[in-house]
Design a binder for this molecule. Structure first.
Ligand SMILES: [Zn+2]
Length: 174
């Protein structure tokens, strides 16, 4: 799938949750592709396109880790979310993506019928953007409400909540 569409999907979905994290999500949304030459350059190993950097379970596990165990201002979660949207979007294409390191089977979403560069992938990406635009409207009309990623550490640093509140809430993500 084209980068423009990966960027659109990750940017729009992240904007609903926290607009501040959009740049990080954009970085993550292209990571499965730009990590390939990076890994190749640093390890010298030949990296197959849509191989190790495109494992669905790895991105999903990393996102779960960021949400449940450790994160820094939601940055890791945003990055992993971007990566996950990338591999899920790629899984809608004919080539698909590998599901996990333990299986050679390609993983496909919605039948994997899209072809990279054709109109279908634009339709999917911009359809998601349109849905998110509506979602943004809903979020805006209901005030300062972020459904996920409530920034407790950020509030603590700004002195809005005290240490106890932060401790009580730091594992509350929803
Ligand atoms: Zn890719």
């Amino acid at each position: 799938m084209k980068w423009i569409n990966h960027l659109a999907i990750a940017g729009a979905t992240t904007a609903i949750i926290n607009p501040m994290l959009v740049p990080i999500a954009l970085l993550g949304s292209t990571a499965p592709d730009w990590l390939e030459p990076v890994i190749k350059a640093t390890t010298g190993n030949d990296v197959k396109h849509r191989g190790v950097t495109h494992y669905v379970v790895v991105w999903a596990a990393a996102l779960a880790f960021a949400l449940l165990l450790w994160d820094f201002h939601g940055l890791l979660a945003a990055f992993c979310w971007g990566g996950l949207t990338h591999v899920l979007a790629d899984s809608m294409t004919v080539t698909g993506v590998p599901f996990s390191p333990n299986s050679d089977r390609r993983f496909h979403l919605f039948g994997g019928r899209l072809r990279t560069g054709e109109s279908g992938e634009y339709a999917v990406a911009w359809g998601i953007v349109a849905i998110c635009a509506v979602g943004m409207q809903l979020v805006h009309t209901s005030g300062n409400w972020y459904p996920f990623f409530y920034d407790w550490p950020g509030l603590y640093e700004q002195g809005i909540i005290d240490g106890k509140e932060w401790k009580d809430n730091r594992f509350r993500f929803f």
